[in-house]
Design a protein around this ligand. Structure first.
Ligand code: PTJ
Length: 252
């Protein structure tokens, strides 16, 4: 990290940027990963770089859905591995859920790199490895359509942070409950997923872990009511209202 004071207002954001730049040099990330990260940064800035009320609502619904799931799967791409591998592995352990590598820009080298990151973070069982069996997800083509038979293929609930719109749509079309974490409430992924958490993946996953321990004692009907009462579109609209308020305030 270049000389950067912890008192700098963007300190946390700059730390993440540095982490991403290093990971890119190490070949973990796709060429466009830093662009995707920059888009996320812009939305995070506008949203105050904090977890807002709509995100807390969706985190609660997502946690309830994950607790109700029979076969929950946590899908990990390059950006998520670099920013949140330890938290994803912890979440997988407490649920329990399986972790599956799913890359949009899939190459055997990157799959191995992401696998290493997950292992270093403590993962013992990782699906979606290069040598693993897979079924193609209906409606998608190429290597990004890979779904492990014991993972995404038979999952009822899938957590897919920073997902691509086509894949989110294809998973919803297969009848799966798709939970995404995406700072852009207007993205196709955010708009088509079942539960959209408009927050930074680095803040959202620890909060899901916390929420799961709070909801752990709830009865099934109580968890079902939380999921049932959650309205994704209304919640996304609340995030968009926050952005509009920010822009209005700043435009004065
Ligand atoms: O590792 P791969 O090959 O699977 O590729 C991963 C990326 C992210 C490069 C790929 O899926 C991609 O190009 O994604 P998109 O279509 O650019 O979408 C990324 C979305 O994530 C955008 O809407 C960003 O605003 C959002 N985003 C970026 N960083 C964060 C984020 N959302 C939450 N937390 C972040 N830190």
């Amino acid at each position: 990290m270049h000389d950067m004071s912890p008192h700098h207002p963007r300190y946390q954001s700059l730390l993440l940027r540095d982490k991403m730049a290093k990971a890119y040099q190490e070949g973990i990330l796709a060429d466009t990963a830093l662009i995707a990260h920059g888009r996320g940064e812009a939305f995070d800035y506008i949203l105050g770089e904090k977890t807002n009320l709509p995100a807390l609502n969706s985190i609660k619904a997502a946690s309830a859905a994950l607790l109700l799931a029979e076969n929950p799967i946590l899908s990990v791409n390059g950006n998520t591995a670099v920013l949140a591998a330890e938290d994803m592995v912890k979440l997988a352990r407490i649920l329990p859920a399986k972790v599956e590598i799913n890359l949009f820009y899939r190459t055997p080298q990157r799959v191995m790199k992401v696998e290493e990151v997950l292992k270093k973070a403590g993962a013992t069982e990782i699906l979606g490895k290069e040598e693993d069996d897979y079924f193609p997800i209906k409606g998608l083509e190429g290597p990004r359509s890979r779904a492990h038979p014991e993972g995404v293929h038979r999952a009822d609930v899938v957590l897919v942070p920073l997902e691509d719109g086509d894949r989110a749509e294809a998973l919803v079309a297969l009848g799966k409950t798709v939970i995404t974490i995406d700072l852009n409430p207007l993205s196709r992924t955010a708009q088509t997923s079942s539960i959209t958490i408009v927050d930074n993946v680095v803040r959202a996953i620890p909060l899901i872990i916390e929420e799961i321990s709070k909801l752990r004692g709830c009865r099934i009907d109580e968890l079902e009511a939380i999921v049932h009462e959650f309205d994704n579109q209304r919640n996304i609209d609340s995030s968009l209202q926050l952005i509009a308020q920010y822009l209005e305030k700043d435009g004065k």
